[in-house]
Design a protein around this ligand. Structure first.
Ligand code: D5M
Ligand code: FE
Ligand code: ZN
Length: 725
């Protein structure tokens, strides 16, 4: 009821907030009060932190910090209370001894800096525009092309915003203004150009785009006030549809997904009066005589992890008549146990960890140094160091880590709420004194995989947003032509001819009703037509290229992670594409023996919220943070809804060769401990919403990955066809 009432008012609620608020609804508070509260916070999404604060304000609960609220659901069921850890009667397994050797070859030859050196040489900058192989692509409109400021080690994007832009950052509660990167009065977007050796410099952290370009910024920032706080405010509107702001004044039918979240507004009489194109007329055939070497290379792919293949068992509760709430708590408890179990397995592969023991068994330990592995419910800084509340399947304990300990502050910052880490130290009375802290992380060195007989490439895409009026359709069509052999040089011909795979990491269409006011920004206002339009474009991808396509938050799919796939009734045209394989979010694809982990990347939003110094403009860094925590989205109850499946399928169990995500619309890549980490950007130009929150996308770039090394071979850019969208 609460969900429906909120939706009627265009407000959304996360599952965890729902379970906090529902019992009190209409007893302790009214709908109007809740909406007023959310409105004052400038959001239309009611999450558990907001719900908790609201309940505190209403005096329904006495205290509440956002960090406490969500995990509680998960932990109430744990059998041992923090105080009586020592007296636990629970039968616990004996402490495990960590015996496994460092898994993979440790010899220095295995670190392959030489690989990257090759990459650097190879990573030619290819332009499809008029300038060929020059390394600098000048925008066609760029009469006064500006030499980009040389920025070392970072992809820096200057928004070309003038003073007007300063009105926007303040309105955004999440995003930090990037004023330091704004070059007053100048108009260009630059992706700094690295020297080749910067490409190989792992230590410097952030690798840069191999492509240099200077593009006239044709999107002047307008100082339209947009309802003050932007995103949230549009919501109050029954009027919104009634006054015809959606173009035709027709009140669309709302289609609800899981948790009552609207996934589609289907305009009632859209049928019959379509005036928009669904790209039926886009037919591109391979260029005559173009030789595709990829056709001669045998297929070698397998989807090694897909959520659809995981068999989940429904949570068992003692009594079938038990309240819904109990089932939910049990579900979260099972989910957390699964996460802990998987993480413990990961830690077992690190020889430094030593003996791991259950929290409930700590009282049996005398002076020995032992290790606990647990989920961090809470963390805070004290005068002398850092305090954590840590929980495993057997109990909970406070952990103190002195400021002087190795990596203490670094680790403290890197630990996101609900992530699982290991502490090595001695138990005291009701507290554990840690000497060291370990993130699950990935091994520093990797064994090189056997070489492939033939060069074969994969291209990576995400966030196509078909249906948005900011979708770069011209650039996408140019890209399709390019795939069909319309190349500008022999180097490009060689690349195109060996492309055998294409991975698309979510937000393939713009969806409908994803945020208030989106309707005004839709070119194709119907979700069915959006998928049809996408399929009409993708059927122009040559048949020998296998496409792996997964969902994101704009797609017709379950909202909570993991997302098993697209709802078939909406995305039928995608399922019908001969050379498409629908994957889940996340998924792991094995290409010629190399593991590609693909996720849409909403977890990046939580990294930005919780890890100091992270921003949407540097998604590769945030992806490395997730990799270090070995989890796609560790935190409950913040931005990313997580479904409490009996198994935590968001754990990064196997170390990939490549980790692909999208979602933030900025292309960036980096190598971390042998893993190629890449955010694949977007095909959507800056939206009004992104303008407000200062997100500057890098659209229409295609990274080409050499499957053998799982490294970047080149980036091809079509962004000169994406101006003024
Ligand atoms: O996400 C596109 C970009 O917009 C990405 O950087 C996240 C950001 N985004 C999306 N939703 C929100 C909210 N609610 N607040 C702040 N920032 C947001 P996409 O998934 O394509 O819309
Ligand atoms: Fe997106
Ligand atoms: Zn997204």
């Amino acid at each position: 009821m609460l969900v429906e009432d909120l939706i009627k008012n265009n407000y959304l609620i996360t599952p965890s907030a729902y379970y906090l608020l529902e019992p009190h609804y209409k007893r302790d508070f009214t709908l109007a009060e809740l909406i007023k509260f959310a409105k004052a916070r400038g959001t239309f999404v009611i999450d558990s932190a907001l719900a908790m604060d609201f309940l505190v304000e209403k005096g329904v609960v006495s205290t509440g910090s956002p960090d406490d609220s969500a995990p509680e659901e998960a932990t109430e069921e744990t059998p041992v209370s923090p105080a009586d850890v020592g007296y636990s009667e629970d039968v616990v397994e004996t402490g495990e001894t960590s015996v496994s050797e460092s898994v993979e070859g440790d010899s220095p030859e295995d670190i392959a800096p030489s690989d990257e050196a090759v990459l650097a040489e190879d990573a030619g900058s290819i332009s499809t525009g008029d300038v060929v192989e020059s390394g600098v692509v000048t925008a066609s409109s760029g009469e006064e092309s500006v030499e980009p400021a040389k920025i070392v080690g970072e992809t820096s994007i200057s928004t070309g915003a003038t003073a007007e832009s300063e009105q926007f950052p303040a309105s955004n509660p999440v995003e930090e203004p990037i004023s330091s990167e704004i070059s007053e009065g100048e108009s260009f977007i630059s992706t700094g150009t690295p020297e080749p050796e910067e490409l190989v410099d792992e230590a410097s952290g952030s690798l840069d785009s191999s492509l240099t370009e200077v593009v006239e910024d044709s999107l002047p920032v307008e100082a339209e006030p947009l309802n003050g706080n932007g995103y949230g405010n549009y919501a109050d509107s029954e009027e919104y549809y009634e006054n015809g702001e959606n173009g035709n004044g027709v009140k669309p039918k709302i289609v609800y997904g899981d948790y009552g979240i609207p996934i589609a507004y289907v305009g009632e009489d859209v049928e019959g009066e379509k005036s928009y194109s669904t790209y039926r007329d886009v037919v591109i055939r391979p260029k005559e005589g173009f030789h595709y070497r990829a056709k001669e290379i045998p297929d070698d792919w397998e989807v090694t992890f897909d959520v659809k293949n995981v068999k989940f068992e429904a949570p068992k509760v003692k009594n079938a008549a038990s309240k819904e709430g109990e089932i939910i708590i049990q579900a979260y408890s099972n989910y957390v146990k699964s996460r802990l179990k998987k993480m413990r397995r990961i830690f077992r592969e690190n020889p430094e960890i030593g003996t791991v023991i259950d929290i409930a068994k700590l009282s049996y330990v005398r002076d020995d140094e032992v290790t606990i592995v647990g989920l961090v419910n809470d963390k805070r800084e004290t005068a002398k160091g850092y305090m954590f509340e840590v929980e495993d399947a057997t109990g909970r304990i406070k952990v103190f880590l002195g400021r002087d300990k190795e990596n203490a502050s670094q680790a403290y910052n890197a630990i996101m709420p609900d992530s699982v880490v290991a502490f090595r130290g001695q138990p005291g009375r009701g507290i554990f004194f840690a000497n060291r802290v370990f993130l699950p992380d990935v091994p520093k060195f990797r064994r090189e995989k056997p070489p492939l007989e033939e060069k074969v490439y994969a291209i990576l895409l995400s966030d196509i947003h078909v249906g948005s009026n900011k979708f770069c359709e011209k650039a996408f069509e140019k890209f399709l032509e390019w795939l069909n052999g319309e190349v500008n040089s022999r180097a490009e011909e060689e690349l195109v001819s060996r492309i055998k795979y294409m991975i698309i990491g979510g937000d393939v269409v713009d969806g409908v009703g994803i945020y208030p006011g989106q309707y005004n920004e839709l070119e194709i206002p119907d979700i069915f037509d959006q998928y049809e339009a996408l399929a009409n474009l993708l059927r122009n991808v040559p048949d020998h290229i296998t496409m792996f396509i997964g969902p994101g938050n704009h797609d017709a799919a379950r909202t909570a992670l993991p997302q098993p796939g697209f709802y078939e009734e909406y995305a039928k045209p995608l399922y019908k594409l001969k050379n498409a394989v629908i994957i889940s979010n996340p998924a792991v694809i094995n290409l010629h023996g190399r593991e590609f982990l693909v996720a849409h990347g909403r977890g990046i939003e939580d990294v930005v919220d919780f890890i100091p110094g992270r921003s949407h403009h540097h998604p590769a860094q945030a992806m490395v943070d997730l990799l270090k925590l070995r989890h796609i989205a560790p935190t409950f109850g913040n931005k990313v809804p997580i479904a409490p499946d009996p198994e935590d399928t968001l754990v990064i169990e196997s170390v990939p060769d490549l980790f692909q995500a999208g979602h933030v619309h900025v292309m960036e890549y980096q190598i971390y401990s042998g893993v190629f980490v890449i955010n694949t950007g977007t095909w959507q130009a800056q939206t009004e919403f992104q303008k407000m929150v200062n997100i500057v996308p890098t659209p229409a770039r295609v990274p080409i990955i050499d499957v053998e090394t799982a490294r970047l071979r080149a980036v091809v850019s079509f962004d000169q066809f994406c101006e003024g969208v």
